[in-house]
Design a protein around this ligand. Structure first.
Ligand code: AMP
Length: 284
């Protein structure tokens, strides 16, 4: 059966019911892969992970206005619907849900979901209301679909932990499946926003992973502050002019880390290259 494209809630429910009760029979499980489109290799890996775990795979494409700040790139976010559908279908996606803004946020919509503590640090500190937008759309998509599994990438590590907390605290019966960050041949974390980089900026961005790996290699022998300074100085030397943050936190809960207990640490960074904001994180 070829992929089914649905654009409203009724279509989504009908399609899911047909797939669950159809040739796959009633016990069929469903995995959702939420995306903002501009499908790339990392999204394809998420689909493959969904397929490995569930009988039916639902991808969603929705550029969520609620998670963008006023001066951010909502209006220029790359769109390639036709190509996206082909790529998702070729990876075995069964249903693609492409709602418009009115479908998700109809007149009178007045709700936001917040995971306040985890959302107050790192990207949340720099992008106020961003994670509230993410939590609201993810909650809606999980409830609309009734998915048994949802797949998210470690590239957005803070988002992943926030969504795990959200699902747990709201008792949503959906298992969150993470996948590791997918990188290109230079180690750059693949992102739809990499499209914004010209050749010169791309060359600068190619240093990010090397610098982070170098910090990981030397982490054991340095204190936290020296590691952070090393990364910051290396970023500046490589031509990155604006550093949003460089922080080291606990991988399991994003708590701050002390030199007394440097275990289970992750390095989190956000930088601007020209106007493009890139984020990354690695285990130290
Ligand atoms: P986006 O379309 O950028 O909102 O991302 C949709 C999903 O893909 C999220 O779960 C992201 O964490 C995940 N994702 C995006 N880029 C990567 C990557 N390079 N590696 C792993 N997951 C990714």
């Amino acid at each position: 059966m070829s992929v089914e494209i649905v654009r409203d809630l009724r279509g989504l429910h009908t399609s899911i019911a047909r797939h669950r009760n159809g040739p796959l029979n009633t016990a069929a499980s469903l995995a959702i892969v939420p995306t903002m489109g501009a499908i790339h290799k990392a999204h394809e890996k998420l689909i493959m992970e969904a397929k490995r775990n569930a009988d039916i795979v639902l991808a969603t494409i929705f550029v969520n206005p609620m998670q963008f700040g006023k001066n951010e790139d909502f209006n220029k976010y790359p769109k390639s619907e036709e190509e996206d559908i082909k790529r998702l279908e070729s990876k075995g996606c069964n249903i693609i849900y492409i709602p418009n803004v009115e479908t998700i946020y109809p007149d009178g919509f007045d709700l936001s979901i917040n995971v306040p503590k985890l959302s107050s640090i790192l990207c949340g500190k720099k992008r106020p209301a961003h994670f509230e937008g993410v939590c609201t759309i993810v909650t809606k998509l999980l409830l609309q679909s009734g998915a048994d599994y949802a797949v998210f990438g470690e590239k957005d590590y803070q988002q992943l932990l926030i969504i795990k907390r959200l699902v747990k605290n709201l008792d949503i019966p959906c298992q969150i499946l993470p996948i590791e960050t997918v990188r290109d041949e230079n180690g750059l974390a693949i992102s739809s926003r990499n499209q914004y980089l010209n050749t010169e900026n791309r060359n600068i961005a190619n240093n990010i992973n090397k610098i982070m790996k170098n910090a990981a290699d030397n982490y054991k022998n340095k204190d936290i502050e020296s590691t952070i300074n090393l990364v910051k100085n290396n970023f500046l030397d490589s031509g990155i002019k604006k550093i949003d943050y460089v922080e080291i936190r606990k991988g399991e809960n994003l708590d701050v880390i002390s030199n007394n207990d440097k275990s289970n640490a992750r390095l989190f960074i956000a930088v601007y290259i020209s106007d493009t904001r890139l984020i990354d994180n690695i285990k130290l």
